[in-house]
Design a protein around this ligand. Structure first.
Ligand code: PHE
Length: 347
């Protein structure tokens, strides 16, 4: 065998060994490579050594010298790989460990939106006063939003410019000539008064919390969507005194401290008499909504005898309550979805 062929075999083997050792990533794999290359029985080095006998006698000293060099280099490569394991090099990073001295990563958990928190809080307080929770749809017909609430056709509250009417699709049936019933996003939760009186037996004591929609230009105190808490108590001999007590107990509980309530004479088509509800809080009177005794016309529209039954209703602005309690000064902050703002209300 020619010397250069022998030397080639030697070097090819060394190259292969070095390449394999570079990517080895476990002690087991390293041991396998050790056996493969320098194993006493069938190791690659052993088979090359056997070829040494076939090298021409005059080339043998040079071949033997080269063989010894490659054997040492191979051993050095194996030792190097073994050391990498011991000191944690590439092999170690393949199995990451935890460094307990590093600062932790705090997982970002969501927070309950301040309005949702407020809605839950209001339900809890009113629940303690004996009011159960009902819900009504946000898309309403004119009967529930206006007609049954004693708001006549020509009333300014029904102006299309003051409401979000829906573009209702025409009936697909060509024989149906009647105009489709107008629908709108409800402008007040008073709609639920009607729905409850239509469907539930008397006496009843309910609240309903939800969204209402009005085309107001947004500013610090207006937003085209906001929430109201509607209350309705119908029983025999319900009076204005009870209305005031309930509203005062509620405010004392929600805002804290001994909150005073002031009724200012007002007008709503569905209550008679009607009042604006102000709370004395932190040194000033703040308006929170409207209230009054259910108008006999409203009772008539849902077939309740106003001679036998009486009731009060109120509607309070949920955002106002929430903003007062949390010290929020701009209603738009509630609906910007800015997590830096919202995170402050994480409980
Ligand atoms: N629905 C009225 C409003 O949106 C509030 C109200 C509710 C007034 C119930 C009286 C009784 O302004």
């Amino acid at each position: 065998m020619a010397l250069d062929r022998f030397v080639n075999s030697l070097e090819t083997m060394l190259e292969e060994a070095r390449a394999s050792l570079q990517s080895v990533n476990s002690a087991d794999a390293l041991e396998q490579l050790r056996v493969k290359f320098v194993g006493a029985k069938n190791g690659a080095l052993k088979s090359v050594q056997k070829m040494l006998a076939e090298v021409a006698p005059e080339d043998r000293p040079a071949a033997g010298k080269r063989f010894n060099e490659v054997r040492e280099a191979l051993q050095a490569a194996l030792d190097g790989a073994a050391e990498r394991f011991a000191s944690g090099g590439a092999a170690k990073s393949a199995q990451p460990t935890i460094d307990p001295t590093l600062p932790g990563l705090r997982p970002r958990v969501g927070a309950i939106h301040p309005i949702t928190q407020t809605l839950e809080h209001l339900k809890e307080i009113m629940g303690r006063l004996g009011f159960s929770v009902t819900e009504g749809p946000e898309i309403e017909d004119e009967w529930h939003n206006f007609v049954a609430l004693n708001i006549p056709d020509d009333h300014p509250a029904r102006d299309p410019l003051d409401n979000f009417y829906l573009a209702t699709a025409k009936s697909a049936d060509p024989s149906c000539n009647s105009a489709p019933a107008a629908r709108l996003m409800r402008s007040q939760t008073s709609t639920v008064q009607i729905r409850v009186m239509e469907s539930q037996p008397l006496p009843l004591r309910i609240i309903s919390l939800g969204r209402v929609y009005r085309p107001d230009a947004p500013d610090a105190t207006h937003f085209p969507m906001f929430h109201q808490m509607e209350g309705l108590w119908v029983d025999r001999n319900v009076t204005m005194t009870q209305l005031k007590s309930v509203l005062r107990l509620f405010a004392t509980s929600y805002l804290g401290g001994d909150v005073n309530v002031r009724f200012r004479p007002s007008f709503f088509p569905f209550t008679e008499p009607s009042v604006e509800v102000d709370y004395w809080w932190n040194g000033q009177w703040i308006e929170f909504g409207g209230a009054g005794m259910v108008d006999p016309n409203v009772f008539a529209s849902v077939n309740i005898d106003p001679e036998k039954w009486s009731g009060f209703a109120f509607g309070l602005g949920v955002e106002r309550l929430c903003m007062r309690r949390f010290g929020i000064t701009d209603i738009r902050d509630l609906y910007r979805s800015d997590v830096r703002f919202l995170r402050q209300f994480a409980s």
